[in-house]
Design a protein around this ligand. Sequence first.
Ligand code: ATP
Ligand code: MG
Length: 245
Amino acid sequence: MMTNAIPSSGHLLEVSGLRVAYGAVEALKGVDLTVGKGQIVTLLGANGAGKSSTLNALVGLAAKKAGRVVFDGHDISGLAPEQIVRCGMTLTPEGRRIFPSLTVDEHLMLGGAMHKARGNIAEVREDMLERFPILKERLGQKAGSLSGGEQQMLAIARAMMSSPDLLLLDEPSLGLAPQVVDLIFDLIAGLRQRGLTILLVEQNVSLSLDIADAGYVMANGRVVLAGTAAELRNSSEIRGAYLGA
Ligand SMILES: Nc1ncnc2c1ncn2[C@@H]1O[C@H](COP(=O)(O)OP(=O)(O)OP(=O)(O)O)[C@@H](O)[C@H]1O
Ligand SMILES: [Mg+2]
């Protein structure tokens, strides 16, 4: 296992000893990870490894049994989900969680309701419509009529309406055609260029390592491998299990 591959200063997020259990199922058995300011860090691992449980616990949606979450120098371990959003950390959940009968604009307004400075919502909305022009064309349309890729863009734009500093993205490429996946990854890279920090859970290991600075591999509720994106790409574990080389 590679250690200390990620510099120990400038971390926006520091997680230590994170444990989550669903009844008798121990999903996280003590997870440690850090995300540097302005970085894209990817969280990889097989189905059931604990990736979603990690993201959900970070935003307060899965109950933590133990562990400490320090965000931007503040211990947010005990905060409720809406308080965590106001601190500047937000989640685009696995499966997108779009409401089929609400319009695109209603989704944006829902995301904006958690904004720390509510006076800026109109401005943030304009910014999102510029960044996601397809959503501008579909503003009054019910979200259930959007394509899978458009729904994923909407889920990201909804999360971005709270003006987060750290975006947690859970499997944004799930179920999308390769061309659409490329588009989503371009959008993610574009968000980072504006200074957003991103923790990205993905099944598409190759594309994730292309845009990430660093990554972690989870198995059975633990981090089993950590390193820079280049180190992970060259590791025999990743090449054997994920990259088919
Ligand atoms: N609500 C729940 N109730 C009971 N068990 C759960 C619940 N959510 C997750 N688990 C279990 O916790 C473990 C970790 O699940 P988790 O969803 O975090 O994995 P994951 O890495 O995101 O997997 P995937 O790649 O399939 O999304 C699994 O064993 C899963 O079955
Ligand atoms: Mg998951």
